[in-house]
Design a protein around this ligand. Structure first.
Ligand code: CMC
Length: 463
């Protein structure tokens, strides 16, 4: 069979400066294709454009070759200039700045500005940013009534997700997503109001009166005030707690294309308003394999109950019959999560203030055993950020169910930056993956039903 060679590249795909390409030979047809390695990132990531594969066809009518990648294990869905992770080396940087340096010296709102704008703010920009966010912390009173409709035991993530989605109805002009001014105010509103909604949800679950924002306080202090203030006229946050929350918010602010960020981008790509897109991110974060993991870590620790039970628990995890070791493992980090290192240090500071937590002993022992165990070592399973955050939050007296809400408050900064980057990216379109259909081939409809309008069984209806 003769071999033809065709050079394929999609419109707009920049040929790599090196001219590097894949030579692909299709054994079905004997045709060879030259697929440019069309993209390369700052830190050396390279990619082909998957659309270039479409030209690989068995017959003229053939749709073209698809790439199959469940869970996006090896697919870049965007080019992003926001966050860089090197999972093997344990590196995390926002806009080029190492997370360790930001956690040490920055404020959360400074980081939120950086994530969105790409550069650190000037003093004037920062003051305006802080002012604007502080100015918009109040929410419409109807939102409060809306919250009252939730049961006393509603999960705060459900409440946060619903109230953020509900905010979209209060700001119909937020739909003007291609208008910069409209995006500016929506971003400010979301950063300002998500902590308020989170705190309101907390007070609802606790059956405590709502505490309105105190705009004399900083972002994290005000949040703590809305959570914890009782009858005192002015709330003063414990400085260790205030600092811990600031650092935890910075650590959680962004993490490139994780499940919830991908949800925000995918939902946002339909050009819906940002309140709805962020609500989708909150829903994704709620899951136990994502932001819900910090809550699961504490459930797991209390189930273990005592350090002496750890070996049996680890054996169960390894057998695959029990639960996973929550707070361990990460899709991207195949070494120590750099955030977990910072959080572990932070835990020491907080525990000095609150006294040693009995469960910390179990956590430390779990970590020690897992880091030496062949099962975890060979699979490169290390503690992730969620392993210690729950212990810190609990020692600050946050209820377990509230941990993921704290994650969501911080991640709102990253979701918004990623949402806007997606919107302004000329290459992005509505997210719409392909599938490989494996269901039945065409067949004829022939119903076996004798009654097409049955009613619910009477014996199962409440009298
Ligand atoms: N405990 C025990 N075994 C594990 C764990 C764990 N935590 N994580 C992965 N494995 C095993 C898994 O069983 C598999 O083993 P095998 O090759 O024998 O089948 C192997 O490691 C690879 O696992 P995977 O499920 O293919 O890995 P993934 O990249 O799809 O999953 C993960 C990543 C985070 C979902 C997973 O590690 C996990 O479930 N961890 C526990 C939940 C958790 O802590 N999540 C928080 C993630 S960090 C916060 C965030 O960014 O959301």
């Amino acid at each position: 069979m003769s071999t033809k060679t065709t050079t394929q590249s999609s419109p707009g795909s920049a040929a790599p400066q090196t001219g590097a390409a894949l030579e692909i030979s299709d054994t079905r047809t004997g045709t060879s294709y030259n697929i440019p390695i069309a993209l390369s990132g700052t830190e050396g990531d390279t990619a082909i454009r998957t659309m270039d594969l479409r030209k690989i066809k068995e017959t003229k009518e053939d749709f073209g070759l698809l790439s199959y990648d469940p869970a996006f294990m090896n697919t870049a869905s965007c080019q992003s200039a926001i966050t860089f992770i090197d999972g093997d080396k344990g590196i995390l940087r926002y806009r080029g700045y190492p997370i360790e340096q930001l956690a040490e010296g920055a404020t959360f709102l400074e980081v939120a500005w950086l994530l969105r704008n790409g550069e650190l703010p000037t003093q004037k920009e920062y003051e305006t940013w802080v002012h604007d966010i502080t100015f918009h912390t109040y929410v419409h009173e109807n939102i409060r009534k809306f919250l009252e409709g939730f049961r006393y035991d509603a999960h705060p993530m459900s409440m946060l997700c619903s109230t953020v989605a509900a905010l979209s109805s209060f700001y119909p002009s937020a739909k003007n997503i291609f208008d910069k001014e409209s995006r500016d105010i929506s971003i400010v509103r979301l950063l300002a109001k998500v902590p308020t909604l989170a705190a309101f949800a907390y007070r609802h679950v606790k059956g405590l009166p709502i505490i309105y924002p105190d705009n004399d306080l900083s972002y994290t202090e005000n949040f703590l005030s809305m959570i914890a203030r009782m009858s005192e006229p002015k709330y003063e946050a414990n400085p260790v707690f205030k600092r811990a929350l600031e650092v935890l918010f910075i650590l959680h602010a962004d993490h490139e294309q994780n499940c919830s960020t991908s949800a925000v981008r995918a939902v946002g790509s339909s050009q819906v308003d940002p309140f709805s897109a962020i609500a989708a991110g909150i829903a994704a974060l709620y899951g136990p394999l994502h932001g819900g993991a910090n809550e699961q870590v504490l459930h797991m620790i209390s189930e273990i109950g005592h350090p002496k039970n750890i070996p049996a628990f680890i054996d169960e995890v390894k057998s695959g019959k029990g639960q996973r070791l929550m707070g361990f493992g990460h899709r991207v980090y195949k070494s120590y999560d750099p955030r977990a290192r910072i959080v572990k240090q932070l835990a020491d500071d907080v525990f000095k203030e609150t006294g040693m937590d009995k469960d910390l002993e179990i956590a430390l022992e779990l970590e020690r055993i897992a880091l030496e165990d062949e099962y975890f070592v060979s699979r490169k399973l290390y503690p992730n950020v969620d392993f210690y955050t729950g212990l810190i939050y609990r020692s600050m007296a946050f209820p377990t169910e509230f941990f993921t809400v704290l994650f969501a408050v911080a991640r709102t900064a990253g979701w918004l930056a990623q949402w806007e980057e997606m919107l302004l990216d000329k290459e992005q379109k509505i997210a719409r993956p392909r599938q490989i259909y494996v269901g039945p081939a065409e067949r004829e409809y022939s119903s076996g039903l004798t009654n097409k309008a049955p009613r619910a069984r009477k014996d199962s209806l409440r009298k």
